[in-house]
Design a protein around this ligand. Structure first.
Ligand code: AMP
Length: 217
């Protein structure tokens, strides 16, 4: 079983690349952001608390994220591998992940760092919207990535939505949090991390990722 971490600033394409990797390699996509958004949708008191904090762009407490992660790993324990998208987000989470994997006689196989500068990330975030049904991602500010019909998914005709945290103010906080909390993980994983230039288009980035992961089985 493989464990692959995607380490990246907001808007570097973690979600899109995770999907491509999962389709090609038959891995399970673990996005802690998605797990948290599922909690928010349930509208429990925890969900409401999470919503308010996520809208500011700050990180959620490690213990909450780790519980959600453990549940997901338990649900999917017979998988060929996992792509961790948006996790770990800080050194503490990285240490806890090491511990969880050690208990399961497993380890991290690859850490892929999707490198992206602040300005490119900002433009990607401010125009980003996604399909409510299939998750396809669009960008209303980038010609090549606009949906054919405003607000409608080209692939499945469902409506598009904009994440509450995809605005300029929250982006600024998210990028600052990334620089302070998450970027130090490059040093933490210095022996295995591999850098990919994420300013390139989706397919080129995926080719670079495939050259790191090797041929699918
Ligand atoms: P993402 O979908 O990965 O961009 O995450 C959206 C938001 O969810 C972040 O800005 C955080 O508020 C929260 N979040 C996602 N993953 C984590 C994590 N591993 N630790 C703490 N907060 C997280």
């Amino acid at each position: 079983m493989k464990n692959i971490i995607l380490l990246a600033p907001p808007a570097a394409g973690k979600g899109t690349q995770s999907k491509l990797i999962c389709d090609t390699y038959n891995f399970i996509h673990i996005s802690t952001g998605d797990l948290l958004r599922e909690e928010v949708k349930k509208e429990t008191s925890l969900g409401l608390e999470l919503k308010a904090k996520m809208e500011t762009g700050k990180l959620i407490e490690d213990s909450i994220v780790i519980d959600l992660l453990k549940n997901k790993l338990e649900e999917c324990k017979n998988s060929d591998g996992f792509i961790y998208d948006g996790f770990p987000r800080n050194i503490k989470q990285a240490e806890l992940l090491d511990e969880i994997l050690r208990e399961n006689n497993s380890k991290i196989d690859e850490v892929i760092y999707l490198d992206l500068d602040y300005e490119t990330a900002k433009n990607r975030i401010v125009g980003r919207c996604s399909c409510t049904k299939c998750g396809e991602v669009y960008n209303t500010l980038i010609d090549m990535q606009k949906p054919k019909k405003d607000g409608i998914c080209d692939k499945c005709n469902s409506s598009l939505y904009k994440r509450n945290d995809d605005n300029e103010e929250t982006f600024k906080t998210r990028f600052e949090v990334y620089e302070k909390e998450t970027k130090p993980l490059i040093k933490y994983y210095e022996n295995i991390v591999k850098k990919v230039d994420s300013t390139k288009d989706t397919n080129m980035v995926f080719e670079d990722i495939k050259s790191i992961l090797g041929e699918p089985k």
